[in-house]
Write a protein that binds this ligand. Structure first.
Ligand code: GLP
Length: 249
């Protein structure tokens, strides 16, 4: 694989550092899809010869692009272009199924755990439940085009969402709530934080030990204010990013 076009040029008289110039050039080839996800990058030696710059400079540029998620290294094999991250706008209260369909990806779900039990104290408080009320605990692996994206654990009151089955959870929970139960989902409050993946999710998500994930907690309410769900999810930080559009008032 060779970088094409006018890519063999870095301007040694420019005030911009050489590693930065190379970094920008490689980034451009990824953004214009000249280099596609999975493509191998030329070796450090090839790049340093083509650009007439030191291997240390090349290494610095590559390391920066690895840290920014554009490239990934495989031991003994080389450096490759990463897949583009899925972007989710944080403004809309959407379901996983809707998010994936909006990107022309096929949503998928694998049920990992399904249980009905009397709510414990912290869940009771979040969902404003009376003592001993039954809740579902549902754990699902969410997929996009069969690729694992997130592990999602949801808690919902059985009285509010009756009749939930593993079959229904193979597709969209929100579709069932809105179309079958005819409830209106109103608003949610959501937090996003960084964490290191735990051993169980690491296996489901097919990522290495110690890799960062995005922990997302959503508390969703019906239009009339009744708490509907508490959901804790771990999203692959290498495949997912959140977007917020902000306005200066
Ligand atoms: C997102 C939300 C969850 C919600 C889920 C429903 O992942 N973070 O809070 O439960 O969507 O998705 P679906 O309707 O695809 O089952």
């Amino acid at each position: 694989m060779k970088l094409k076009g006018d890519l063999y040029v870095v301007d040694k008289n420019s005030p911009l550092p050489l590693y930065y110039q190379l970094e920008e050039q490689i980034k451009k080839t990824i953004e214009t899809e000249e280099l596609q996800p999975g493509d191998a990058l030329p070796s450090e030696r090839e790049l340093s010869e083509s650009y007439q710059i030191s291997r240390m400079t090349v290494r610095q540029a590559i390391t920066n692009l690895v840290n920014k998620g554009y490239l990934f290294r495989e031991k003994g094999k080389g450096t490759f272009v990463s897949s583009q991250k899925f972007e989710q706008n944080l403004q809309g209260l959407t379901s996983f199924t809707e998010d994936m369909k909006a990107r022309n990806l096929v949503p998928g779900s694998k049920l990992l755990h399904f249980e009905i039990y009397p709510a414990d104290k912290d869940i009771r408080a979040t969902l404003s439940l009376k003592d001993e009320e039954l809740i579902y605990k549902i754990k699902r692996l969410r997929l996009a085009n069969n690729e694992p994206i997130a592990v999602e654990t949801s808690y919902l009151p059985v009285s509010l969402v009756p009749g939930l089955t593993p079959d229904i959870l193979a597709s969209s929970l929100y579709t069932y709530i809105e179309n079958e139960l005819e409830l209106t989902i109103g608003h949610a409050s959501q937090t996003v934080e960084a964490a290191i993946v735990d051993a169980e999710d690491q296996q489901h998500l097919h990522i290495n030990k110690g890799v960062p994930v995005l922990l997302i907690q959503r508390e969703t309410f019906l239009e009339n204010g009744t708490p509907l769900e508490l959901v804790r999810s771990s999203y692959r930080a290498d495949r997912y990013k959140f977007k917020i559009d902000i306005e200066r008032k």
